[in-house]
Design a protein around this ligand. Sequence first.
Ligand SMILES: [Zn+2]
Length: 311
Amino acid sequence: MEINGVEIPKGSNRFIEMDVARLPSGTLIQMPIHVFRAKEEGPCILLSGGLHGDEVNGIEAVRRVVESKMLKKLLKGTVIALPIINVYGFIHFSRDVPDGKDVNRSFPGNPEGSLASIVAWQITHHLLPHIDYGIDFHTGGASRTNFPQIRFAKEDELGQKVAERFNAPFTLNSGLISGSLRAAAKDLGKSVIVFEGGESLRLDEKSIMASIRGIENVLASEGMIDKKIRFKKSIYMIDSSWVRADASGMFVFKKTAGQKVKQNEIIGYVHSPYNTYRVKVASPIDGYIIGHNNFPLVHKGDALFHIGMVE
Ligand SMILES: [Zn+2]
C-alpha cells in the first residue's frame, strides 16, 4: 500500500502528512493521516472526522481511538485514521473552508478547483481507492444537537451491514447527497456511512463514547481487534422530518434529543420576550427526537426539532 508516496508495508504503522495548500501567510497546511496495518490480510477501513471543521466530537473520537492501544496491534486488515479532513475549517472554527464552500458538497473534487474541491480531491485520489468502507464522524451544525446516530443509504447494502455492526443508539436511513463524500465513495464502488452526535464546537462525552464503542464493535466484528461486541438494540428510523417555528421569539424546549414523543404532544414553546404571545411546538408524528435546535432565539420558519419515525 502506498499513500502520498509513502510505502506502508504489512505489519507496520505510519504517520503521513499530506500537503494541501498554503495559507495567505505562506504557512503550509497539511492533512495528517495515521495508517495502521496488520500482517494478516483483511478489510481496509477509513475513520474520518472534521470534514466539517467545527464538528469537534468526531475529531476527538478519532483522536482517542488513535491514542488507545486498539489500532496499534491490529489482528488483520488496515485502518486509515484521519482526525481532521478540513483543517482550514478547524483553524477558523468553521464548518467550511475560508471561501464559504462546503467540502462535503465538493466531492469527488478537483486538484485545480476551489479550495474545498482540492481538499475533497485529496481524499478521493489518495484514500478512497484503498478502502473497503469508511465511517465519517459528524455533529449537528449551527447550534443544532444530534442524539448519537448512524446514517446509511438504503441502496448501500454494505453500508447497512456496517451500520448494524456499529450499533449506535439510533440508526437512520438517509439518502445520498450529490457532491458528498458518501456519494463519491458510492461512485467508486465503496461505502461510507456517517455518524452524527452532539453539536459543533461543543464536546459531548455521550457522543464521543458512542463513536468509540461503534468503532470497537465494527473492528471486533471483522476480527481486527480482540474485543467483546457490546450489542444493544438500536432504534431504527425509516424516515425523519423537521418541525419548524410557527413564530419568532425565545425557543424553550420541553423534550430533548433521544426522547420518545407522541403525535400532537407539546415538546416546546416559542415565547415573545414581552409575554405578548406564546406558541406551542407539537410533534407531528409518533417517534423520537433525533436532534434539536439549541439556539434560544428563533425566527419563524427556523428548524426546531428533528423527529425520527420508527417502523
Ligand atoms: Zn457535518
